[in-house]
Ligand binder design. Sequence first.
Ligand SMILES: CC(C)(COP(=O)(O)OP(=O)(O)OC[C@H]1O[C@@H](n2cnc3c(N)ncnc32)[C@H](O)[C@@H]1OP(=O)(O)O)[C@@H](O)C(=O)NCCC(=O)NCCS
Length: 159
Amino acid sequence: MEYVNPEGDSRYREQMNALLREAWGDVNVVAHGEWFDLTACDMFLCVDFGEVIGAVHFIVTGNDAEILSLLSRREHAGIGRALMRLAADACRARGMRCLRVVTTNDNARAFRFYQRFGMELETVRLRQVDVSRRMKPLIPLTGCDGIPIRDELQLVLKL
Ligand SMILES: CC(C)(COP(=O)(O)OP(=O)(O)OC[C@H]1O[C@@H](n2cnc3c(N)ncnc32)[C@H](O)[C@@H]1OP(=O)(O)O)[C@@H](O)C(=O)NCCC(=O)NCCS
């Protein structure tokens, strides 16, 4: 298993896009009312014998950075944490002060995972996913454990 920065390397593009579509319905995501093209973001991939089994996508803007997608296809093996560490280290090396992430109210696992990583809840945007869904109708009405997806939870890590 290896962690790669695929910049300038198209080998994993199709697999990565398939992983993103499987998770988010599309390679574009909406957060806090904005569209993001994940294929144009900074990223790290976890690759096992040529198979992409994890990915983190993030952007840097000004002095702050934001994780826009984190996916692990082999859960509880440390992949999520390793990808977060790579992204945080890369952002720190580029002088960023904060790393943010947005998850949704249904995703208790992600909320727990990010707090275990050291992130703190910063903002709750009630009913923000209703806005996102108007922009991207592919967003399902219910998410983890059948819970209605309604609110955005934003967490922050001081770098
Ligand atoms: C959230 C997500 C990225 C976590 O990925 P992951 O690869 O399972 O993360 P890790 O393996 O690093 O950590 C998960 C747990 O496994 C544990 N773990 C890590 N290595 C382990 C090992 N070798 N053996 C047993 N447990 C292990 C970690 O300690 C952690 O446990 P904790 O929750 O009690 O702290 C993953 O569940 C996922 O892809 N979810 C769907 C998409 C999503 O919701 N993304 C986030 C919103 S953007």
